[in-house]
Design a protein around this ligand. Sequence first.
Ligand code: SER
Length: 568
Amino acid sequence: MLSEEIRKSFLEFFKKKGHIVVPSSSLIPDDPSVLLTTAGMQQFKRYYTGELNPLSDFGSQRVTSIQKCFRTSDIDEVGDDSHDTFFEMLGNFSFGPVGPDNPLNNGEDGYFKKSAINWGFEFLNKELKIDSKRIKVSVFEGDDDVEFDKESYEIVKQLGFSEEQIIKGNRNDNFWGPTGNNGPCGPTVEFYVDDLEIWNLVFNEYFKDENGLRKLNNPGVDTGMGIERLAMVLQKVPTIFETDLFEPIISILSVELSSRAKRIIADHSRAIAFLLSDGVRPSNKEAGYVLRRLMRRVIVYENNLDLNIQELLRRIIDEYKNIYPELNEDVVISEFDIESKKFKSALIKGVGELKKLETIDAQQAFKLYESYGIPYEVIKEIGAEKAISLTREDFDEEFKKHQEISRAGAEKKFGGHGIISEEDEKTKVKLHTATHLLHWALREVLGKEVQQMGSDINLERLRFDFSFDRKLTAEELKQIEDLVNQKIKENLAVTFQEMPKEEAEKTGALAFFRQKYPDIVKVYSIGDISKEFCAGPHVKNTGEIGTFKILKEESVSAGLRRIKATIT
Ligand code: SER
């Protein structure tokens, strides 16, 4: 089945099920908490929360769409068989069920798990004729915060799936959202075909913000299926790049190129055409920075491999302009040209510098970026062996450090203590108290031999170094994370006392041995669990912290471990 037919049959199917077809929204979302549109539900966020009324806007609580999406998070995966940055998402949505599963009533026609799962299966099995033996379904197994999704499990069973075909997934795999810092989220049911994940059905029962999860009054449905993957299944090809969505684009690239290079060039060029046409322009921040990275990576390929990217961009626009008339060839070609000219001379100098280096670490990589505008991906590629230990995480950290320094500079210059810096201060204070809780939890789980060896806080995360002689297991990390979150939830008071150093030592308060303390010290206590020598400041109640999450545990040197964690 060709992609054009897939689009049609999806929208027709859900139209027959009473949905209103809504056009794709722009890749630039109307939502300051996200940079770009990453899912079909993005344009509908405020219908889930009840801020907007679907009945007055669409005359129905059921809508369906094919949404242009872009995901930076998958950029390092592009080049494999099934990942891309830009893609189209097929979706059906319901805002607010009525009763158990919707008696038509006052125009309210929302639905929930039963209809969503049944229709999902019907579409795959009856409409697209995918044999049910090839299908697997996953449901959320439950955890401390959210219960096992028994309702979905039962519905899936009733469809006739065997135990082997039903997978129970954890929080990572079967819980979705929110996009950005806040928004609707909930457990998911996912359809797999031949073990490839193709369709995600999200049951938005919750709303997440800085205070954590709360139940939504009107739970909703948000489903999303990438058309590229579905086409791969239906067209029986082993990669998305061989579907009719990519084949005409990739086929004009020379056969000499490696398939990874071709895939990256084709994917990025497609994204570039759509982003530029929706009004994103290359720059050094936010969405513009994402676009600039894609453009510069492609420009480097063009330079090194003697390609004609403009021809490729024209082909992409030809392929897609019937469906997306907003694609604007003049804008795309001229913006690409401007960026190429801007970047080319710096690129030659930068590559010259890069070649002189023996190895490239995050600091050097950042310098290359700062002085010559060479993005991380390009440094990684051209640097090859020399950049083998360079990671995106370290690079991003360096990037953020510099942003903070320049922001601090700007604040000083304007004599300001602006709102931004007050908010930043609050975040750091929360991370500081979270550091004490982490220190306490580490000693609870690993034993009292754990000693603090260092710590550091920036706006994004806390870092805590401690003595311990082996890698922590996944269970230990989870236990530590859970303990910290439990103590946050208990809303423990954080207090301090000032006292002479000797007296403080007698209380058993933990001190950081590398530090010299004055004669009178402050001792901070959290409830009756943690006591540390510390100058503060801290939050008043642990409840203010939010949700604690461990990002990474690693070795620093023999006997010294490091945890990076954050709060959301
Ligand atoms: N929002 C969900 C996703 O992006 C389902 O559409 O996977």
